[in-house]
Design a protein around this ligand. Structure first.
Ligand code: HEC
Ligand code: HEC
Length: 285
């Protein structure tokens, strides 16, 4: 072996490689860098073996420790549920009407009810519960089916025209389609409904036809009847719109708004939390 040459400008050994008179200096990596690199490699190998690392065709290598973020979240959720279990159990055992009298449970039910509302109800009733055409506003104190905590619970539990045997059921008949009213009479009734909404008594002839045809469900004064889900006609709160055309369409073909029941989808405590939350939105009937 020949002794390595020393480069006379830098004082560093050369490797002995030379290209066109240019010689390669031998400047190895610092030891500390090399050892750090080796340590990192060993760490990486260990990590691959211990933790989930490599994607496979339809799965991945799980690692010998079996760590999974999904399992961690599930465990956290289970812990949170356990934390709330005493409150949830007390809620489930209590009639909804009594929950509001208990400040601690009431606060808990409101918060939980609000988040359950956003997940299950907002797509139809709106994030702020203001409703839309055909979907009632839940913020006002105008209730088609009753606004006590118990009535609201029943609506949520079994739904409206949902097909459940205990669901709230009834219908606005399609008077013209059924041949019970002529188109002319329907137009007369639409005008009468607009009169009622303005607080006017309307034409005597129309009032007579109303008393014969509509009062059984909507009440003799148009005050509505929560037993059959007939909306109050004397306010300016409309489920299907305030135009003559939409009222005429209601009278011609009828209406049957459908709300699903939640009995089979949500547990008892959640349904009560929702009832308490919805009740708190209205004026507190
Ligand atoms: C698929 C759409 C839909 C979803 C989801 C839905 N609703 Fe409804 N809801 C309706 C419709 C439509 C009505 C009105 C039915 C009618 O015409 O009487 C209604 C009516 C109601 C009423 C009666 C209002 C009154 O004035 O009496 C309450 C209370 C109510 N919903 C609460 C809820 C709650 C709480 C949830 C979530 C658990 C929910 N709704 C989810 C469509 C829906
Ligand atoms: C068998 C009971 C029944 C009778 C009779 C009846 N209605 Fe109704 N009416 C209802 C129900 C129930 C609804 C709500 C339908 C829904 O929620 O989808 C309704 C809804 C309406 C609406 C829509 C209200 C809104 O807020 O958009 C109008 C308007 C109306 N009825 C007018 C009349 C008039 C006028 C008559 C008489 C010609 C009449 N109804 C007879 C049960 C009845």
């Amino acid at each position: 072996m020949t002794r390595p040459e020393i480069d006379k400008f830098t004082g560093t050994e050369t490797t002995g490689h030379e290209w066109d008179g240019i010689r390669e200096l031998n400047t190895p990596l610092p030891r500390w860098w090399l050892w750090t690199y080796v340590a990192c490699c060993i760490w990486a190998f260990g990590y691959w073996v211990a933790m989930p690392a490599w994607p496979l065709v339809s799965s991945y290598t799980h690692g010998v420790l079996g760590y999974s973020q999904r399992a961690v979240v599930a465990a956290d959720l289970a812990a949170a549920r356990l934390d709330r279990a005493p409150q949830t159990e007390r809620l489930a055992a209590m009639p909804v009407g009594a929950i509001e009298a208990n400040p601690e449970l009431f606060g808990f039910a409101l918060a939980a009810g609000r988040s359950a509302y956003l997940v299950n109800c907002a797509q139809c009733h709106g994030t702020g519960a203001a409703g839309a055409r055909g979907y009632p506003n839940l913020n006002d104190d105008d209730w088609i089916w009753g606004g006590t905590p118990e009535a609201i619970e029943q609506t949520i539990r079994f739904g409206i025209r949902s097909g459940h045997p205990q669901a709230r059921d009834s219908a606005m008949p399609g008077f013209v389609a059924d041949g019970q009213l002529t188109e002319l009479q329907a137009r007369q009734m639409a005008n009468h409904v607009l009169d009622l909404a303005q607080g006017n008594a309307g034409q005597p002839a129309s009032a007579k036809l109303y008393a014969e045809t509509c009062a059984a469900c909507h009440g003799d004064q148009g005050q509505g009847d929560p037993k059959v889900g007939a909306p109050r006609l004397t306010d300016r709160i409309w489920l299907y719109g305030d135009t003559r055309e939409s009222i005429l369409a209601t009278l011609t073909n009828g209406r049957r708004g459908v709300m699903p029941g939640w009995q089979d989808r949500l547990d008892d405590a959640t349904i009560k939390q929702l009832a308490v939350y919805i009740h708190s939105l209205g004026g507190g009937k």
